[in-house]
Design a protein around this ligand. Sequence first.
Ligand SMILES: [Zn+2]
Length: 155
Amino acid sequence: MAEHLTEQIVFNKPKIELHVHLDGAIRVETILDVAERRGITLPACTVKEMTHICVVHQPATLTEFLGKFAEYMHIIAGDREAIKRIAYEFVEDKAKEGVIYVEVRYSPHFLANTDVEPIPWNQKEGDLSPDEVVRLVNQGLAEGEKASPRRNSRD
Ligand SMILES: [Zn+2]
């Protein structure tokens, strides 16, 4: 109980995060949802199973860690709606966690399917360039910010 209370106090504080990877903070529900919409088969069909596949369970090398991106990046990459959505939901999630300032990073090239060499995640060439990915992410972040309740540092 005391432990739970301490945890609650810590997590109720306003926070800042200076280095968060957008493509490492995607909701698993969204991955499943977008895969279904796009007709892409995943190795799992529940949030629990897909989470198990995406999570690093043992201390691992950076290469093993980054290898997890291959489990789901092909679902989001090349899809305008999905890219905007993950940026929007990122802000929504951070706001819920009490984060009042966050620096988010990502590689536009990893989400594009044209003007990039090689085209990542075995995608077919499409018409989504890294420049447009940046615009979509910025739109999603801005809309998420508008929709999320503001907190000030005294909350
Ligand atoms: Zn990093």
